[in-house]
Design a protein around this ligand. Sequence first.
Ligand SMILES: [Fe+2]
Ligand SMILES: [Fe+2]
Length: 408
Amino acid sequence: MSLVMAAAAVLPSCGAFGAPTAAAAAATTPPCTWSRRRRRALSPVVAMASAAQVRAPNKKPFAPPREVRRPVTHSLPPQKREIFESLDPWAADNILPLLKPVESSWQPQDYLPDASSEAFVDEVRELRARAAEIPDDLLVCLVGDMVTEEALPTYQTMLNTLDGGVRDETGASPTSWAVWTRAWTAEENRHGDLMNKYLFLTGRVDMRQVEKTIQYLIASGMDPKTETNPYQGFIYTSFQERATFISHGNTARHARRHGDAALARACGAIAADERRHETAYERVVGKLFEVDPDYTARAFADMMRKKVAMPAHLMTDGRDEDLFARFSAVAQRLGVYTARDYADIIEFLVRRWGVADLTGLSGEGRRAQEFVCSLGPRFRRLEERAHHRAKEAQFAPFSWIYDRQVQL
Ligand SMILES: [Fe+2]
Ligand SMILES: [Fe+2]
């Protein structure tokens, strides 16, 4: 698979965890009857999402819609197991202050009609009138983002698989790392909650299909390929928080453009949370670069070589096992989250962590440094080439919006 195809498959998701994966992209290939020339002519994004047939998920109950490769786990070397424990006071001073106190946090109700008010019915009517102007492609992006957010149990689980003393050992552990993870989860929980209620009230979404997609996704889980290694885990979450910040910010701009200012404010509030979470995870990795630059550079390169899988990459609605690839293609075409964003995020993180300026690295560390510094421009060139080749419009039905066809 090409770099671009993988990049295109990298949509953001929830909170700490962004979007599409190589597996999703690989699962969707153009119909085999197409000529080689036509296959070449399609951009990877279009090709990825344009499979004519909707493939049903496999029959094994509660299994992911496609095979998840055997994961590598516990790759953190024994001598590094103490690092996060020693950084616990640092996390208390530098990470926990990025959480917002509950009493001053926004809540979904702040952005929704109040069901206890006499004005409720009128407010819902107004909401529906505004939402009537939202085009189907943006609706698909909103639903895909909401489904991703709603799979939050998977992301909290992912953080609690990480080694090195960062996981919440008891479920109520007092370590700074555990306090962060629980409070981060609690903040994230408002995102899916708000989007779900808003989309329900619009009356434009087949909620049963959406709810099934959420149930399938949580049952499928995810494979972030972080090897239960906290270095890779926090690099992954840095990437994904930034990806979600970008995508929710873009949906806010689209909603405003289509006249739904209330939805734009809701998406903007979510994006602001993601930005704060991004800052926290980037600070953690920045600290790792300070105390352990060589291993952190290698972890960064490892994570990038594997490509950053989006958290909802195993999405299905029970009918379409390539649903995630199609949703990603719509988001790419609409500019909600694109292969260019993937390149931008890599370049941003390389700058943020001063990777190009690291000195005193081992040979392997230097190779990792060169690799990650070269990635942004490489992805960008491939994306531009693919962009110029993308000409042919493809459409697919989405069960979330009653099987209406949406351009991919
Ligand atoms: Fe987040
Ligand atoms: Fe989120």
